[in-house]
Structure formats: C-alpha cells, structure tokens
Design a protein. Structure first.
Length: 172
C-alpha cells in the first residue's frame, strides 16, 4: 500500500499522488467543507451579513459549482446554510441576554441578604427541624470491608450516639 493523503476538512483519505490530490483540492465538496470549517470560527453575524451584502452567484445556485469558489465575489449562500447561520445568531443573542440577566441578579446580593434578614426577624422564614439538628458526618463503609465478619472497631464508623455527644468545631 502506498502513501495515503488524509484531508482533515473532508475527513477522507485517498491514495496520494499529484493528480488525486489536485482533483480533490479543486473539488466542490472539498472547497465547501474548507469554507464551512473556517466560517465556523468566524462570528456568524458577520458571515451572514457578509453573504447577504453580496449578490447571489448565478453559477453556483443553478449548477452547484462555481469556478471561483472561495474567491467568488458573489454569494454562495444556500437556503440551508442561511437558516443555520440565522439560528446561530439567534442562539448567541439569547445567550448574551441570559448573561446580562444573570449579571443583574449578581449586582444586588446585599439587597437580597437584607431582605432575607428582615423576613427572618419577622419570623417569615421557616427554619425546618432538620436544619436545626447538628449535621452528623456520614460514613460509608466500602463493600469489601462490610463483608468482613467481626471487623475490628477501628475500621468501623463511630456509633451515632457517640457522634451526637461530640462538639464539632468549625475549621477556619
Ligand atoms: Zn478535502
Ligand atoms: Zn460563484
């Protein structure tokens, strides 16, 4: 087996020789994949505006090919690609608005805290019983330890009543 040429844009490989390579690199599908690859790094808004500002390429839209490919001064934007781009722009816009909303929420933590504190003082915030009880550490016995008959006490978690009698001190 001779050398093979692998094309990243097309995720395709073929026996490498100058003719094959030249034909592939000139191929419509390859040019399209290459352009789509680079477009994916560009801002979809700019790509869309750019394409819409050009007149449609009659060659490309009627036959699916155009000798100028990437260098064509007319637009090769298909309806499918246009829909894709519009969707991307919309998603970006939505993400931006969400981020803005999150920021606005973050701006007022003091206000939120004082609101909560005044509620708490008026007894409007309920502290449930579980929250009042001291949090006891939870121990998990690994399955292979649990299988040992009569294990030594040192590998077992301390009994709950012992834990409850301890004073836990917060670190810090
Ligand atoms: Zn290719
Ligand atoms: Zn063209």
């Amino acid at each position: 087996m001779g050398r093979r040429y692998y094309c990243d844009y097309c995720d395709k490989s073929f026996a490498d020789n100058p003719t094959h390579r030249k034909n592939h690199l000139k191929g419509v599908q390859h040019q399209r994949n290459k352009k789509a690859h680079y477009d994916s790094f560009r801002n979809p808004e700019i790509v869309l505006q750019d394409e819409l500002s050009k007149r449609p390429c009659k060659n490309f839209l009627s036959s699916g090919t155009c000798n100028f490919m990437d260098n064509c001064k007319f637009s090769h934007l298909t309806d499918k690609r246009r829909t894709e781009l519009e969707k991307l722009v919309e998603e970006k816009q939505r993400a931006k608005e969400q981020k803005k909303r999150n920021l606005e929420d973050d701006e007022a933590p003091d206000k939120k805290l004082s609101e909560w504190l005044s509620k708490r003082l008026k007894g409007e915030v309920k502290v449930n019983e579980e929250e009042k009880a001291p949090l006891l550490p939870v121990y998990e016995i690994p399955p292979h330890v649990a299988q040992i008959p009569n294990p030594p006490p040192s590998i077992l978690p301390p009994p709950q009543d012992v834990l409850r009698g301890l004073n836990f001190v917060d670190w810090g």
